[in-house]
Structures are given as C-alpha cells and as structure tokens.
Design a protein around this ligand. Sequence first.
Ligand code: B12
Length: 256
Amino acid sequence: MDKDQVSEFTLGLGVDIVGFAAIDDYQSPRSPDPRQILPNVRSMVVVGFREIRGAVESEFPRTAMACRLGSLEIARNAAFRISRLLEKETRTKAVPIAPSYPLEMSWETKGTVADVSLRHAAVAAGLAVFGRHNLAINPELGTQVIYSAVLSELPFTSDEPVEQDLCHDCNLCVEACPGRALDEAGKTEVVKCLRISQPYGINAVIRYFSQMLEKPKEEQLRMLKDPFFWDLYQASFMGYTYMCNRCVAVCPLGEE
Ligand code: B12
C-alpha cells in the first residue's frame, strides 16, 4: 500500500488530518524507543481530529470533558482500524498507539511519559509545530486537535515538515493558565498543571481518604455526602478527568 491509499482510507474514517513519518525522524528524547514496542518499526501514520469548539471553549468543564471522551474514543477507534487495514493488506505488523492512557506508571515518570509522544509524532509527520503552550499547532486547525498514531513496518517516508513558526507568541495561553504551569518557556510544569486540570486525580484521592480515616464517624458520613466524594467516584471509572483546557481554548490559531 502507498501513502495515498492509506490516506484515502484514513480520511474516510472521519480523520481530519493525516501524515507520515519515517521512524528515524521521530525524535522525542524523553520517550522510549518505539522499537521496544514494534522491533521492525519503520514508520508512523499520525492522525488528528478537530475537537468540538463549542465544548472545548465552554465555561462548563464537564461538557468539555464529555467531548474529550468522544474524541479519544474516535481516535482510538481510527488507530485500531488503520492498523487492521495495514496488517490485512500488506501482511506486515502494525501497532495502534493510545491517544491517552494506559501509560507507564513508574515512580520516575509518574504517568507523564507515554509510550509514543503524539506531539513529537505530529511534528515528525509534517502535521504540526510546537507552540508556546508546548502543544502541537496544525497550520489549518490550530491547537484544538487530538492526535493518535499507528506504528508500521512499512517504509513510509516522512511528509514535508511544517517550516513556519505558527505560534504568534500572543501569550494568551500563558496568561490563561490558572496553575501558572506555562510560565517557563519550553516546559509545562506538570504538577502545577495537574493540580488544576485533574482535581480528582490520585493525589486528591489519597488526601481525601487519609483525612476521612482520621475523622469521627459522624464527620465521615458527612464526607460521604460531599459532592467532591462523588466526583472522585465518577473519575474512578471515567479515567483521567480533565477539568481545565484553558491553554487549548484560548489559542486563537485555526479559527479562520
Ligand atoms: C502525560 C500527558 C500529559 C501530562 C504531562 C504533559 C507533558 N509534560 O508531557 C499532563 C497531565 C500535565 C498533560 C496536560 C495536558 N495535556 Co496531555 N498528554 C499527555 C500524554 C498522554 C503523554 C505526553 C508525553 O509523553 N510527555 C512526555 C514527553 C514527550 O514530554 P517532553 O519530552 O518533556 O516534552 C515537553 C516539553 O519538553 C515541551 N517540548 C518538547 N519538545 C519541544 C519543542 C519545542 C519547540 C517546544 C516549544 C516545546 C517542546 O513540550 C512537552 C510538554 O511539556 C499525551 C498523549 C501522547 N501519547 O503523547 C497527551 C497530550 C500531549 N495532551 C494533550 C492535551 C490536550 C493536554 C491538556 C490540554 C489537558 C486537557 N485538557 O486535555 C494539557 C495541556 C498542558 C500543556 N499545555 O502542556 C494532547 C495535546 C494535543 C495538541 N494539540 O498538542 C495530547 C497529545 C493527547 C492527544 N491524544 O492528543 N498531558
């Protein structure tokens, strides 16, 4: 199969953008070598989905999160279907890459380094460049894009890289970050981001239940009626629950 055939199939799945990268052009220093996942990997097919603007920009974070679950579902689904196509038509191996979790949960990485960095993959596949918010900016769609990818044994060449610096350095993302996680250029301060963006994450769970254990019975019952407890419960089966995406929402790129 050539790139045109794969692109045609992929765009038919409702994917908004698709690009290809030869594996040696994928450079993400903190991520593992993709050969650990697929020993004979030679390329990546990278896909992107436009987020739903109304939801992403909504002041109601639950709506944005509900929409994110939808984007992740179609991203997972598309990577899975592209992998199936490649394996069926070419008798080579392919591996769909998760758009979010599962991640390695070692003490060193604390669930912040994925098996494949999709922003670096998007850059290698000519779909995007990094912006001041440390997110990938696509020339047409801007920042509001969710990425996914497939590792392949086929020798696809890399698409032309995006040469322009798309970020205007307007600083809106830096100023809009409630956790001040973007103050230092080129680095997202993960703990500061997580404190705001994932209020029902593991730290919140540990804090809430340790406090609860030390309280008298009556206070424990009150804590079980607290809406925060029910949000923790909901997050426990939803997975990562993002309650902030200000850096994505305020980015003016891709609006036209
Ligand atoms: C773990 C993770 C997080 C963690 C840690 C982030 C981090 N430092 O990487 C936390 C929870 C903080 C997080 C937050 C968010 N995330 Co997140 N996250 C991921 C995940 C699952 C893995 C990222 C990873 O492997 N990082 C480790 C390595 C690659 O990071 P790194 O080498 O340190 O690179 C960092 C810097 O060095 C810098 N950088 C590296 N090279 C370069 C080059 C230049 C020129 C510049 C300027 C910067 C730069 O950018 C990186 C960000 O800090 C990816 C999905 C995936 N598989 O890629 C989604 C992903 C990156 N997240 C995404 C999003 C949207 C978010 C949030 C908006 C939350 C939300 N509501 O969804 C925020 C944005 C925070 C921000 N502005 O940086 C999208 C980004 C889409 C896009 N258009 O770029 C991804 C790609 C998910 C997806 N499937 O699309 N995320």
